[in-house]
Design a protein around this ligand. Structure first.
Ligand SMILES: Nc1ncnc2c1ncn2[C@@H]1O[C@H](COP(=O)(O)OP(=O)(O)OP(=O)(O)O)[C@@H](O)[C@H]1O
Ligand SMILES: [Mg+2]
Length: 249
């Protein structure tokens, strides 16, 4: 049988000391086939970023395995581009345009083609005129848009995105969501995406994995249907699952 692109097998991640251990993620298993779009949702602190960091190879699981093409992940690699939750992920000595063009240049794309692609992306993320600016001259949301543009410049096999659109204004967020889907249709990469927004999860995911509150365990895995009415029903189910009615006081 063909092995999935990504498989997590009973992954647990502990932080802290032996005396005061903190279990961030407990016994999480799922797999992701080539071309799938899996969205992780769950309350703050349930371990979404921790899980993404283990898939990215930035963190080792305390127990269990993370397998990419059946091989354990040991370190970060260019096959897994990551957009982090934090703003400061750009190369500070490179301009906005050079930051975006960087993965293309690494992939051997010519300077001219890489610059043209960077220019188009700068426009798409609403940063026209800022190509020559350096990261320290940008606001947090602007830096995030540069990081998104860089990740989309040359979609890798597995794109890991940790709440990438959370800090954007509604219009830019909508534009970025559409651009991500458009690129996926064009290149069919595999996406692992974290969000707090149920609407965004249903819009972007082909499957949604719900994590329970701290420590994070798999609470539900839901297929996203094509049908509009079925999607609305799924959205309502997710709201009930994640935002239970407050108890009467
Ligand atoms: N480096 C670390 N050292 C110690 N504890 C950590 C570390 N990173 C995360 N944790 C703990 O692990 C748990 C999960 O954190 P994580 O950042 O993965 O949550 P999250 O689901 O991404 O939350 P948010 O939605 O707020 O981004 C939290 O209890 C957090 O305090
Ligand atoms: Mg997080």
């Amino acid at each position: 049988m063909l092995s999935p692109l990504l498989a997590l097998k009973e992954v647990s991640v502990h932080f802290g000391t032996a005396n005061r251990p903190v279990t961030a993620v407990e016994n999480v298993s799922f797999s992701l086939s080539e071309g799938e779009r899996l969205v992780l949702v769950g309350p703050s602190g349930c371990g979404k970023s921790t899980l993404l960091a283990t898939v990215g190879g930035f963190l080792r699981p305390s127990a269990g395995h993370v397998l990419l093409d059946g091989v354990p992940v040991r370190r970060p690699g260019p096959d897994r581009m990551m957009v982090f939750q934090e703003f400061d992920q750009l190369l500070p000595w490179k301009s906005v345009a050079a930051n975006i063009a960087y993965p293309l240049r690494l992939a051997g794309v010519t300077r001219e083609v890489a610059s043209a692609r960077a220019e188009a992306l700068i426009h798409q993320v609403g940063l026209t005129g800022f190509g020559d600016a350096f990261p320290h001259m940008l606001s947090g949301g602007m830096k995030m848009r540069v990081a998104i543009a860089r990740a989309l410049a040359a979609p890798p096999r597995l794109l890991l995105m940790d709440e990438p659109f959370a800090a954007l204004d509604a219009l830019t967020r909508r534009r970025m969501q559409e651009e991500l889907l458009r690129l996926w249709h064009e290149h069919v990469f595999t996406l692992l995406f974290v969000t707090h927004s149920i609407e965004e999860a249903v819009l972007l995911g082909s499957r949604i994995l719900v994590l329970s509150p701290h420590p994070g365990r798999v609470q539900a895995v839901l297929e996203v249907p094509e049908d509009r009415a079925a999607r609305a029903a799924l959205q309502a189910d997710l709201h009930r699952l994640l935002l239970p009615e407050p108890a009467d006081v």
